[in-house]
Structure formats: C-alpha cells, structure tokens
Design a protein around this ligand. Structure first.
Ligand SMILES: *Cc1c(COP(=O)(O)O)cnc(C)c1O
Length: 350
C-alpha cells in the first residue's frame, strides 16, 4: 500500500513552517545562554525545557523498543489526539473521523472542538468493531479511524489481526489507543509500525505507570508522521519538571512490575467476587485495570457507594451497556472495602 502522510495533510499544515525555538539551533549545554530571554538566576526552573525531550525519549525507546525519532510526547494522550486530528482533518464537514461507540469520548470531543465531522459506529453485541458497518460508513474523506484496545469502558481487546486488516485497507490513519496495554495479554500494535505506514499507536504513563498527575502521553509512528506532528505540537509542551520526574520513575521498573502484577491479581479476585452478587446482570472480564458491571439499579447503587465513601464511574449507555458501572481496581484494602459494601447491598436487595 502506498501511503504518505503528506497526501492527507490539511493544506495549511503541509505548508507550515515550524516555529523555531531559540534552543533548536544550539545543542550543547556548556555555553552562556543569552538566546531565549530567560532569567539568568537559578530557580531550578529558569531555563526552558528541552522541546524534543531527548533524555526522556531515550529511556522510553529502551522500554518500548521504538526508535527515538519515532516517538512524540504529549501533555497527556489527550493533547496528542487533538494534534493528530488538527493535522489531517479539514473542518466544516469536509473530512471525517470514525469512532466506535460506546467508547472513550475524548475522540468525539476533540473532533467537535475542531469542527470535524464524527462518524460513530456501534460496537457489535460482542463489543468488537463492526467491520461490515465500517465499510458502509467510512469513505475517501475518512482521515482517521480510532481503535481503543483494550477498550474503555468494557475491557475487551481487539485482536491484532483485525487491526492489521484495517491498516491494510484504509487510506487514512489508524490510531490505536493502547492506554491499558500494560494490563493486557493481547500484543501491542507497535509491532505493526514497520509494516504499515498509516498506523499510530498511543500509550500513556497515566495508568500502569502511575503518573496521571504528570500528564505524559506517548505516540509511536513512522518518522514521517512524527516529524509532521512535531511541527504542530506546542514547542515546550512537556515541562522540565515533568521530564525529570518521568525519567526517574521510568527507571524503577521493579516497582512498576510489582504494582502492575498486584493490580492484575486484584482484578481477577474482584471479578470472582463481583460474579457472586445477584445484583449484577453482567460482570465483564477485562484486559484493563477496571471492570465493567451492569445492574438494574445503577443510579441507586452508585449513590449507595458514594454515601459509603467509594466513587465509581457510571457508564449507563443503552442499549449495549445499559446500567453500566465501571469500577477501577484499587489496592487490596480498597477492594476489600468495596466488596464489603457491595455484599451488604446485595444481601439487602436480594
Ligand atoms: C485514560 C485513557 C487515556 C489516557 O489519557 P492521558 O491524557 O494520557 O491521561 C487515553 N485513552 C483512553 C482510552 C483512556 O482511558
């Protein structure tokens, strides 16, 4: 398949001369810097951060097995989603993006903000993308197809072969959002990067790595795509504080593994416990760090849990997941409290 990002860019992005930072032209760190109107007195933060986040990317490259120049970092994945849409989609009803619903709503919000047409397709009853419907809905102006896997809020993973089939037949970009990939037994679409020039993989440090407060999203794609996105991103989008802290936390792989494994064990324990409760009509197995349950008393149960000091996420989206509640896997102690509260409710109702 012949694909070049340059063929699908918005004309204004294709012709964009990137903003050049003062620090882009000099790349040592032993000079007297009088080039960026910074304050010369050291506060710890008086210098602008590295706009290309070189040290951090070097570390991420090792962990993820992706070349440094095939990585873009964003102020959360949410910023990257916006940058991709803005780079390729002509607004005002010309281009469109395709998403599957119910799903992560940031794609829809970002399309809306950018005045880009949204074509949403319902998942099948087995919560997989409906590829037949996709053939009908996508057209030559479909610039991006978003696939969330493992899926938020249901927790199913889309088989890699299905994603590969999509990459080989669409003329647009395929953005695979793998926010929960570290919790999943399905392989990552990073393995498709060498084969398909139109695939973009999004991951994040917000979930398994425990850095939601830092805001650091990762984007893996071809060098050609990354260089376009680099032009569009705000030059100093990752603060020096964020770069420094993320780098140090990414060096402690042992703690990461231990906590991730604990979350996986707790997820399976929660699944067993929740499935014992008759209030739930469905308790879905999950490849993420959450479990979706469905109940006829969704609003009441939500209130009851809040009153008991536990906040969960209502995901009551009929018809597919009517009465849905998404429960994040907590620490063993937190999960014990949740199970206690739910058991009381279940006995009382049942
Ligand atoms: C949590 C989540 C993200 C992560 O967003 P950040 O902006 O990186 O925190 C991305 N996609 C999905 C589907 C998510 O659930």
């Amino acid at each position: 398949m012949k694909f070049s990002i340059n063929d699908i860019l918005r004309p204004n992005i294709a012709s964009l001369a990137p903003y050049s930072c003062a620090r882009d032209e000099y790349d040592g760190d032993d000079a007297i810097f009088l080039d960026a109107n910074e304050n010369p007195y050291d506060t710890g933060y008086n210098r602008y951060p590295d706009p290309m986040q070189r040290l951090l990317k070097k570390r991420i490259s090792v962990i993820k097995g992706v070349a440094e120049d095939m990585i873009l970092l964003g102020n959360g994945s949410d910023e990257i989603i916006d940058i991709i849409i803005r780079s390729v989609c002509r607004p005002s009803g010309i281009d469109n993006i395709v998403t599957f619903i119910p799903g992560y709503s940031m794609y829809d919000v970002s399309a809306h903000i950018n005045d880009v047409e949204l074509r949403s397709i319902s998942l099948t009853t087995s919560f997989m993308p409906d590829w037949e419907e996709y053939e009908r809905v996508a057209n030559e102006n479909t610039k991006i197809t978003f696939i969330c896997t493992p899926h938020n809020p249901i927790g199913v993973a889309v088989p890699l072969v299905d994603i590969e089939a999509l990459c080989s037949k669409t003329r647009g970009l395929v953005v695979v959002d793998e926010a929960y990939i570290d919790f999943s037994s399905e392989g990552t679409a990073v393995s498709l990067l060498d084969k398909y020039p139109n695939v973009i993989v999004l991951q994040t440090l917000s979930k398994a790595w425990g850095m939601a407060g830092l805001r650091l999203g990762m984007c893996f794609a071809s060098r050609e795509i990354i260089s376009v996105l680099n032009k569009v991103k705000p030059p100093y989008n990752i603060s020096s504080q964020t770069q420094k802290i993320a780098l140090s936390l990414l060096c402690d792989v042992e703690t990461f593994q231990e906590r991730k494994n604990e979350i996986l064990r707790e997820r399976e324990r929660l699944l067993v416990e929740l499935r014992k409760m008759s209030i739930f009509t469905h308790v879905y197995a999950s490849q993420g760090n959450f479990i979706l349950v469905r109940t006829a008393c969704c609003d009441e149960l939500y209130r009851y849990l809040v009153d008991g000091g536990i906040v969960v996420r209502k995901r009551d989206i009929p018809p597919l997941i009517g009465g849905g509640i998404r429960i994040t896997v907590g620490t063993p102690q937190e999960n014990d409290l949740l199970i206690d509260l739910l058991t009381k409710y279940n006995t009382h109702i049942g």
